[in-house]
Design a protein around this ligand. Structure first.
Ligand code: ASP
Length: 582
């Protein structure tokens, strides 16, 4: 049997008088004591079925059994709706199907939530994700996702990239996160790591003469789950041989613009602005600034050097930004809490009220000269950070983002893409040791190769990030293709040549066998799509995501495994205290 002649959402006026079969879900049933109306839904939209006991007594009997989310097949004649019954909000709103026969193809138990219910608890939605996926919001998101991925693939294809699959089970690439481990029955006690990204493999593809590689690659990282993080996610992962930074940025911009165009939206203008790391850290206190609004951080260290206000006088850095509102005391107290979350001890401020009057507990300590150096536009507040430059950046950067959100400073529909370039190559880890900032394969800037392995603080790397409205969409770099330089980076990170050989010997060998200069990028697909869909987190664009505790409410995974299964893998589970787990 042919289940349907066309989709429910395709029914139009020109079909009036024709006989069709439709199939889909009962979105709503209205019983008018005689006539029964059913909104039949499929992925294309809704059509109205009218079941009239006089026309179709058998169908009318069936219609009384229909409940929400039953799956139906209805056959009948398309009729024009009476003028007063036309629904202008629905593409099918001018017509209805006068049903002759209706069959229930599948029933539904009572629903845990109604599909048109707002604010359903997310865990419940994920527990019954098959229902949740039927909603318009989800259907819309997955279509956007598909359109974006198709546009990306077409772009890559047009630019001469080829799709090469790389292993999920590997030694793991050091991307700064914990690995997920996979035990191996054939080698009990040994583990693969799930790839945090295809980083090393794509570089080996370059050494292998694949000129332009790409992949929509799944990556696994054992990190705390957040709005923009899941254990597994996908990247548009790409790598180009004989490429300079601008070549890579160009490809990424093309992929972004093609995605906007495929969705019929105004694309951001190319080239995207390029800002340096040092510059954004000073002006916005973060390496992923949201540039939809100003509130740039300003320098006050020199002005406050001789200040009577001790906190300012002794601080290595004093900076501030101007928020476009004269805050009340209660608001300032709340902002101080935010500042403390970012590591500040307190929050110094100057409120300039609507009449231009300054209100500030520190004003009496500030000289006329200091006060004259600060903007005094009515209806604003100056918020200060004082201390080590990193702390000041963190606190003011955090406050800036907080206020950007609270004060609704970003205009809806505004899209600002930009690049952050010239990151430091190294940073200190929590233990104070030098480590990579991006990953250990990033090349230093030309001219920065001769660093002292003990003090690499000033070495800049050819690393770049793509930012959209304050979200880091992805990172990339020009890579090291010289084996000695690669060894030097490892040594700076505290890896002896022997340790480097044991961990990365295969890469070092490859680099020593004719490695072309190369560079690449990886962009988080779900982050990109979530922003395209206007969603606040990536779970809304992942069909079956995990919740923040790290479990899957739908299947109940992860689960304990029988001892015998573990024994086969050479593993014994330690007793767990499960009393606190849900
Ligand atoms: N592998 C890097 C990452 O996942 C991206 C890159 O450098 O291409 O962040």
């Amino acid at each position: 049997m042919k289940w349907r002649d066309l989709k429910a959402g395709e029914l139009r006026k020109e079909h009036v008088g024709r006989r069709f079969a439709l199939a889909g879900w009962a979105a709503r049933r209205r019983d008018h004591g005689g006539l029964v109306f059913v909104d039949l839904r499929d992925d294309s939209g809704l059509a109205q079925l009218v079941i009239n006991p006089e026309r179709a007594p058998e169908a009318a009997k069936v219609a009384h059994e229909i409940r929400n989310e039953f799956v139906l097949r209805a056959e009948g004649e398309v009729a024009a709706r009476a003028p007063e019954a036309v629904n202008p909000n629905l593409p099918t709103g001018e017509v209805e199907l006068q049903v002759d026969t209706v069959r229930i193809l599948s029933r539904s138990t009572p629903l845990p939530f109604q599909l048109d219910e707002e604010n359903v608890d997310e865990t419940l939605r994920l527990r019954y994700r098959w229902l949740d996926l039927r909603r318009d919001r989800m259907q819309h998101n997955f279509r956007i996702q598909h359109t974006v991925i198709s546009a990306i693939r077409q772009t890559m294809d047009g630019l001469g990239f080829i799709d090469v699959w790389t292993p999920s089970m590997t030694r793991g690439t050091p991307e700064g996160a914990r690995d997920f481990l996979v035990p191996v029955r054939l080698q009990p006690g040994k583990f693969f790591a799930l790839a945090q990204s295809p980083q090393i493999f794509k570089q080996l593809c370059m050494v292998g003469g694949i000129d332009r590689y790409y992949q929509i690659a799944t990556c696994w990282r054992d990190e705390d789950l957040r709005a923009d993080r899941q254990f597994e996610f996908r990247q548009l992962d790409l790598e180009l041989a004989f490429a300079e930074r601008e070549d890579v940025l160009d490809v990424m911009e093309a992929a972004v613009v093609a995605s906007f165009e495929a969705l019929g939206r105004d694309a951001p203008t190319r080239p995207f602005p390029r800002l340096s790391y040092d510059d954004v850290m000073l002006r916005f206190g973060t390496d992923k600034p949201d540039l939809r609004y100003g509130m740039e951080i300003q320098e006050a260290t020199a002005v406050t050097r001789g200040s009577q206000f001790g906190v300012f006088a002794g601080a290595p850095a004093v900076r501030f930004f101007v928020a476009p509102k004269a805050f009340s005391r209660a608001e300032l107290a709340r902002l101080e809490e935010v500042a403390k979350e970012w590591g500040a001890k307190g929050l110094a401020y100057i409120v300039v009220d609507e009449s231009g009057e300054r209100r500030s507990p520190i004003a009496k300590f500030l000289s006329d000269e200091e006060l004259a150096a600060f903007p005094a536009e009515a209806g604003t507040t100056l918020l200060f950070g004082a201390g080590e430059p990193e702390l000041v950046a963190r606190v003011l950067g955090g406050l800036r983002v907080h206020l950007g959100r609270e004060l609704g400073l970003a205009a809806a529909g505004d899209h600002v893409f930009h690049w952050v370039l010239d990151f430091p190559l190294f940073e200190r880890d929590d233990a104070g040791h030098w480590t990579f900032l991006h990953h250990p394969f990033t090349a230093p800037m030309p001219g920065h190769e001769d660093w002292d392995e003990q003090s690499p603080a000033d070495v800049k790397g050819q690393h770049y990030d793509l930012i959209w409205n304050g979200w880091e969409l992805g990172s990339g770099s020009i890579r090291i293709h010289d084996v000695e330089l690669q060894r030097k980076v490892f040594r700076t990170m505290g890896l002896s040549d022997e340790e480097a050989d044991s961990k990365f010997g295969f890469l070092l060998e490859a680099l020593a066998m004719g490695a072309p200069p190369h560079g690449g990028f990886a962009m988080g697909i779900e982050r990109f799509v979530a922003l395209m869909a206007g969603e606040p987190d990536i779970r809304q664009v992942i069909a079956f995501p995990k919740v923040s505790s790290g479990s899957d409410p739908l299947t109940g995974a992860p689960t304990a495994m029988p001892d015998a299964t573990l024994a086969e893998l050479g593993i014994r589970a330690l007793p767990q205290d499960n009393s606190s787990s849900a």
